[in-house]
Design a protein around this ligand. Structure first.
Ligand code: HEM
Length: 336
């Protein structure tokens, strides 16, 4: 038998898989299988959770508010950051959704989520519909799981009703710590910083993480008594007084050892690589709890892969999200 032919095939496969990865990415080949296992386990969790009601999102289920916004790319951006959406100082219409990660009662500590869909975007996305660029962010700079395997183990623990035991296992103490410190009583979803936690390309040579920081001239106060819907009340009060402003920022990866692509639980130091503003997100005064706004929020299917190639999601954690978000949003919307 000629042994050089299979060797050549292997070399070619390894060449093309390496050629397709971005520096710092390290796929192991089980990611599609992980995504299918996650889909299965999350469907079981949401079916248990929403047995007698209409299906909501697995994560970030409570919509706190959905708004029309403007995403305006800054004029003064250094040339190496002028990539994709940030190439020209254009104003785009956007839809933004603020949510609570796992609770329905605002009086309980929680993480908040921010989903942004920019419209009228020119260029073919890596996945999804033309014309849109999505950004998904959380109110804590790191995720509680480093890898998709850790995330899957957590979902399966949720499904089997053994989350506490899972988190009390010594190997999961780091996750427990992050989940404890990430949950907070926030004054308002308009007052907090949001982070992408996972990395994205910026052009073809650089990796970045995103952050969104408030720049409004008003800040809410924490009420003495925290009620079920105090966060919506704070947003309503803010918008009755003035517009809401956020800076959309990028943080460049300087090296993969201190700022790894493949560890969603690792914080990229803002001293080593500061956040730089590339755009402004402006939410003008508007009513926001209309039935139409809520319906639009609930049916929109955000996905980090709804993205221009210049902002392609990086790493294994982001890889599995493409399938999981697609499958779960279809599942949820077909059941509504
Ligand atoms: C493997 C890791 C992850 C999995 C399996 C996962 C899973 C999910 C699922 C199933 C949904 C609901 C999708 C829908 O029904 O439309 C969701 C929503 C969301 N996730 Fe993740 N997630 C992961 C990582 C992350 C990370 C790293 C972030 C960081 C910012 C994040 C932020 C969000 C946000 C903001 C939403 C709400 C999206 C919306 O408004 O529709 N997730 N996630």
């Amino acid at each position: 038998m000629n042994v050089t032919a299979p060797l050549l095939v292997l070399l070619l496969i390894s060449f093309f898989s390496t050629a397709q990865s971005f520096p710092g990415e390290s796929f192991t080949g089980n990611e599609d299988d992980l995504a299918l296992q996650m889909e299965k386990a999350i469907k079981q969790v949401v079916q248990q959770r929403y047995a007698d009601q209409s299906m909501k999102r697995f994560n970030q289920a409570k919509s706190l508010g959905c708004f029309n916004a403007t995403f305006t790319v800054n004029e003064a951006i250094s040339p190496e950051l002028k990539q994709g959406l940030f190439a020209r100082p254009v104003s785009y219409p956007a839809l933004v959704r603020f949510a609570s990660a796992s609770t329905t009662d605002d009086a309980k500590k929680d993480l908040r989520g921010l989903s942004i869909r920019v419209s009228d975007v020119v260029g073919k996305p890596v996945w999804g519909k033309s014309g849109y660029q999505d950004f998904l962010l959380n109110s804590h700079p790191v995720l509680f799981a480093s890898t998709p395997e850790e995330f899957l183990a957590f979902i399966e623990a949720q499904r089997d009703d053994r989350v506490l035991w899972h988190l009390l296992t010594p190997t999961n103490w780091d996750s427990l710590y992050t989940l404890l410190v990430a949950r907070e009583h926030h004054t308002s979803p308009f007052d907090i910083v949001y982070w992408s936690t996972t990395p994205y390309q910026l052009g073809s040579q650089q990796a970045v993480k995103y952050a969104v920081k408030p720049c409004s001239n008003f800040e809410s106060e924490l009420p003495d008594e925290l009620t079920n819907n105090y966060l919506r009340a704070a947003m309503r009060q803010h918008l009755a007084l003035t517009d809401v402003c956020f800076n959309f920022m990028v943080q460049r990866q300087t090296n993969n050892d201190d700022m790894p692509i493949e560890d969603a639980a690792a914080k990229w130091s803002e001293q080593a690589s500061p956040l730089v503003s590339v755009a402004q997100l402006l939410i003008k005064q508007q009513p926001f709890i209309s039935a139409d706004a809520i319906r639009q929020c609930e049916t929109t299917e955000f996905n980090p892969w709804q993205s221009l190639p210049e902002h392609k999601p990086l790493g294994r954690m982001n890889y599995v999200r493409k399938h999981v978000y697609y499958a779960l949003s279809r599942f949820r919307n077909n059941q509504q």
